[in-house]
Write a protein that binds this ligand. Structure first.
Ligand code: SF4
Length: 88
C-alpha cells in the first residue's frame, strides 16, 4: 500500500504473539509480505512502521477476516492514524 491510498483502518501486528503461520499473508497478499522467517511485514513501509499497516477501505473486510483467522490473536484492527475511523 502506498502513502497515496486512503487509510480506512490500521492493522497492528503483534510479533510477540505471532507464530509465522501465514494465514494473514494469504488474506492480505500485496499488503503484507513474510520476512525470511515468515513473520508478516507491511509492504513498502519504513522499518519503524512495518507492524502498523495502513488498510484501504477495500481491504477492510479482508483485514477483519485476517484478525478472525489468526490462531495467535496477534492482529488488531485499529482506527486510522488520521481522519475518520471509516470502517474500522
Ligand atoms: S495469521 Fe497470526 S500467527 Fe499467522 S502469520 Fe499472521 S499474525 Fe502471525
Amino acid at each position: 500500500m502506498t502513502g497515496e491510498r486512503r487509510e480506512a483502518a490500521r492493522l497492528h501486528l503483534d510479533w510477540t504473539r505471532c507464530e509465522a503461520r501465514g494465514a494473514c499473508l494469504e488474506l492480505l497478499e500485496g499488503t503484507l509480505v513474510g520476512d525470511e522467517d515468515g513473520f508478516p511485514l507491511a509492504v513498502g513501509r519504513p522499518p519503524g512502521q512495518r507492524t502498523d499497516v495502513p488498510i484501504a477501505r477495500e481491504e477492510v473486510a479482508a483485514a477483519r477476516e485476517a484478525v478472525g483467522a489468526c490462531p495467535r490473536l496477534a492482529l488488531q484492527l485499529l482506527r486510522p492514524r488520521r481522519g475518520r475511523a471509516g470502517d474500522a
